[in-house]
Unconditional design. Structure first.
Length: 245
């Protein structure tokens, strides 16, 4: 689904057709291990599911593009732990990078707030780590800080892990979602996390983290990712009028 001219959503990834580039964000590899360490016992299934989900995306891409991707950009927080690199993080992060490198010419890692010590992993595979990446008027940055926005027209961030609860008469379900709105008159796109352990932060209820989102979201558009479909749910304000300031 194209949400801005030239910017398409494929499941949990963004595809920039003109630049033949795929963007994913916030895989948070090692998240389960860190939950385990704090006494929360959940099985470690995430890595396998991330790979399966990516395989589905590459399959969808192949249907419309002939060539291999030029770039895959990971827009921050590829791994979870702040201060250390755990054994699982080392192993799975390298395996993920190796898997992605089979599908593109170049991988770019954008630094997230969890990526204080991503250097050693990136060096092992000769991968560039940058604070942000740009294509002409598009700025791609993690979203925990607002950099110099110059004359960019479109900003793509992750970091927030947006999700939204949908109510029907019987129950409430939470889905990962994209948000599209504005920030300082620029188009702002917030990408859901590729972390498959949790859906993320319910943007209609919870306090948001990103300085880009310290504003009213009522006019933001919501695109819900439900299984393998992306659905346009219109404006947040129409979805859950009582919760939005
Ligand atoms: Mn983050």
């Amino acid at each position: 689904m194209e949400i801005v001219k030239g910017i398409e959503i494929i499941d949990l990834s963004i595809y920039l057709r003109k630049y033949n580039t795929l963007i994913i964000s916030d895989t948070h590899i090692g998240y389960e291990e860190s939950l385990n360490k704090s006494g929360i016992f959940i099985p470690r299934f995430q890595f396998k599911e991330i790979i399966q989900r990516l395989e589905g995306i590459f399959k969808q891409l192949k249907a419309t593009t002939k060539n291999q991707l030029d770039k895959i950009i990971i827009n921050g927080d590829i791994k979870h732990e702040f201060g250390t690199i755990s054994e699982q993080e080392w192993r799975h992060t390298l395996q993920l990078l190796d898997f992605l490198s089979k599908h593109c010419k170049e991988i770019i890692l954008i630094k997230g707030n969890h990526d204080k010590i991503i250097g050693p992993i990136a060096e092992k595979r000769n991968i560039k780590v940058v604070d942000q990446f740009t294509f002409d008027t598009i700025l791609i940055t993690h979203g925990h800080i607002v950099p110099n926005l110059r004359s960019y027209k479109t900003i793509i961030i992750g970091h927030e892990h947006p999700a939204i609860s949908i109510h029907d008469t019987i129950r409430t379900e939470t889905y990962k979602c994209y948000l599209k709105g504005t920030y300082k008159k620029k188009t702002l796109i917030v990408q859901p996390a590729f972390n498959l352990v949790t859906e993320g932060t319910d943007v209609s209820k919870e306090k948001l983290l990103s300085p880009f989102l310290k504003q009213s979201l009522k006019n933001f558009n919501v695109y819900v990712v439900a299984e393998d479909k992306v659905l346009d749910f219109g404006k947040i304000r129409g979805l859950i009028p009582r919760h939005i300031p």
